[in-house]
Write a protein that binds this ligand. Structure first.
Ligand code: CA
Length: 226
């Protein structure tokens, strides 16, 4: 039974989420402030953490930063602040995902399932394929197929597509993509990302001028729709 740590100071949100997670057969631990959340995260070794952004004692971003020094546990940020910048700050701190309040229970449960699945896949060599519609990536062989035919992608295009597909539905900023795909020591600007996205669209979109798979979120970044 996967163990989930829920760190949330709003009692109603915490209790409702805990109840629904337990109904889905998760083992749920709860904390109502950041310091307690950090302590429990270290002591109880949860499989996933749902972490509120605004918390007493220690805020969610600090908890996330501290945990990331020695743990790659999946972290989903819960944020009441809906601006895109806040979401991206959360992701660049090392969170894997985020949901914005007010959220539906169905949305949170779907994110929990997806992040647990991804974490399991990372640790298991058998899960080496990413698929979306007729698009399929073989991560081990580094081959991409659309229907049955293979697409010729460069090394960077492949990594960029894999990163987007792993985060299907989430907006990824240019800087985040630059860091994850090109590496932190890469000397270049985020225009590089735009150029590679354009090349990628030429290869995977039916109509590259009206992209359906990789959409642009103005002023923020890109999202893989599926
Ligand atoms: Ca809060």
């Amino acid at each position: 039974m996967p163990k989930i740590l829920l760190v949330e100071d709003e009692t109603t949100v915490r209790e409702t989420l805990a109840l629904n997670l337990r109904a889905e057969n998760y083992d749920v631990l709860t904390a109502s402030d950041g310091a307690e959340g950090l302590r429990l995260a270290r002591e109880a070794a949860p499989d996933l953490i749902l972490l509120d952004l605004m918390l007493p004692e220690l805020d969610g971003l600090s908890v996330c930063r501290l945990l990331r020094r020695d743990s790659d546990v999946p972290i989903i940020m819960l944020t009441a602040r809906g601006t895109e910048m806040d979401r991206i700050t959360g992701l660049e701190t090392g969170a894997d995902d985020y949901v914005v309040k007010p959220f539906s229970l169905g949305e949170v449960l779907a994110r929990v399932r997806a992040n647990l699945r991804r974490a399991r896949a990372d640790g298991r060599p058998a899960a080496t394929r990413l698929t979306a519609g007729d698009l399929s990536l073989d991560l081990l062989a580094r081959r991409v197929y659309r229907d049955q035919s293979e697409l010729k992608l460069t090394h960077r295009e492949f990594d960029l597509l894999a990163e987007l597909m792993r985060n299907q539905g989430a907006v990824l900023s240019r800087d985040l993509l630059l860091n994850r795909v090109w590496g932190y020591d890469y000397v270049g600007d985020s225009h590089t990302v735009d150029v590679h996205i354009r090349w990628l669209r030429e290869k995977i979109e039916t109509d590259p001028s009206a992209p359906q798979r990789i959409t642009t979120v103005r002023g923020v970044g890109y999202r893989f729709e599926g």
